[in-house]
Write a protein that binds this ligand. Sequence first.
Ligand SMILES: Nc1ncnc2c1ncn2[C@@H]1O[C@H](COP(=O)(O)OP(=O)(O)O)[C@@H](O)[C@H]1O
Ligand SMILES: [Mg+2]
Length: 345
Amino acid sequence: MSRISIIGVTQTYGDVRALDDVSLDIGDQEFITLLGPSGCGKTTLLRAVAGFIRPQSGTITMDAVDITRQPAHQRSINMVFQRPTLFPHLNVTGNIAFGLKLESPRLSKREIAERVNEALLLVRLEGYENRRAHELSGGQMQRVALARALVKRPSVLLLDEPLSALDLKIRLEMEGELRRVHRETKATFIYVTHDQREALALSDRIAVFENGRVSQLGTPTEIYHRPANPFVASFVGDSNVIPVEISSRSFMLGGKRIAIDTDIKGPAWLVVRPEKVRLLGGDVGIPAEVSDLAFRGTGFAYELRIPGVDSVVKAESPAGGESWSIGSSVNVEIEPADCLALVRT
Ligand SMILES: Nc1ncnc2c1ncn2[C@@H]1O[C@H](COP(=O)(O)OP(=O)(O)O)[C@@H](O)[C@H]1O
Ligand SMILES: [Mg+2]
């Protein structure tokens, strides 16, 4: 069992509230991701769970045992960092075995060899035993770092942006590997990333962080389809978040009235995903002007100016259809079913 409870944890550095009264329950064998922009407190929370820092207030428990003051090496918790630091003078086997050799009571040579072999197989590095760090690719180095953490058989594995230094192709491949390793080890994974795509793909649940607080906690589909606030809406899925006034279940946008299925009345945020903003020629819909565009392979990403709307409106249209150049006049259509309203205060 390895349930982690974080209860009212606060950590400040001078004026900065790195963690501001954070509470979070993490289930046994869960894959939970802390998602948020740089500086929102993700690493600080991992460090508190690992025992590298002792938060100024709050409690952390593991299987209902208070571990807030327990030293890091006594916790069955290991951490994988963004940039693996391997010992250059040791080969892959030596790097993975290093931590095991320091364990007390001491492990036999045979047991160490067996555990290292098991870890090598888990991260699919068999055949690379004798390579040194400089003979490995970035992805292989991160596999060694993962094996080095797993060889200790932790009940909880903390991963701090482990893929962010790798190129996209390796990153996608490693995502699949991490899911498999999670299933096979049955450890609880607490994963940190600023990449919403990665968080959605990997996690059982996501905790979206903003300024040292949990802004929303939910499954990937909940977070994606039902963002709780404008911050989550714009951070996850890159939604348009536009201030509108709702009356009689409708709002005005660019001089046109659009229906919306909501009980909210008065000031609201309209949340609509770029792929749901349809561009049309002709003269139905809301008039807009193309202010920027980028080819994305699967289609075009547009930035639009709509008269009376302060923010740029993002739209996407699939490849193969009609496309427009910068400065073109277009018409925009948004289906009521694709509009989400959030209270604006
Ligand atoms: N040891 C430290 N000393 C001073 N400020 C720190 C320290 N660690 C983190 N911070 C500050 O706390 C905030 C959260 O940092 P961090 O947890 O590293 O964010 P994230 O991992 O989400 O990018 C940032 O403003 C950062 O500058
Ligand atoms: Mg960080």
